[in-house]
Design a protein. Structure first.
Length: 90
């Protein structure tokens, strides 16, 4: 029997110990391109801007399903955002 799942080296990114307010950097939204994900993230972005006064919302898309987001995208989000939400639809 063969296992079709490839082996990858996961990117080590530490989680924030807490989310400070006010937000200094902004928020990142990662879209996995499934049905209704963009609609969900549109509403979430609206809530982040109005309820939490987050100025910058950095949105990126993950194109290679079911692969992980490219390391450079994760590095950009972790470096430029106070929080990152990886969302999916269906």
């Amino acid at each position: 029997m063969l296992n079709p799942v490839g082996v990858t080296d996961p990117l080590e990114i530490s989680l924030s110990p807490s989310i400070a307010r006010p937000f200094r950097k902004g928020a990142g939204l990662l879209d996995n391109m499934k049905v209704n994900c963009e609609l969900f993230l549109d509403r979430l972005e609206e809530l982040l801007r109005t309820k939490y006064q987050i100025g910058e919302v950095l949105r990126r898309k993950k194109f290679a399903e079911p692969e992980e987001a490219p390391p450079e995208v994760l590095q950009e989000l972790s470096g430029r955002c106070d929080l990152v939400i990886h969302a999916f639809g269906d």
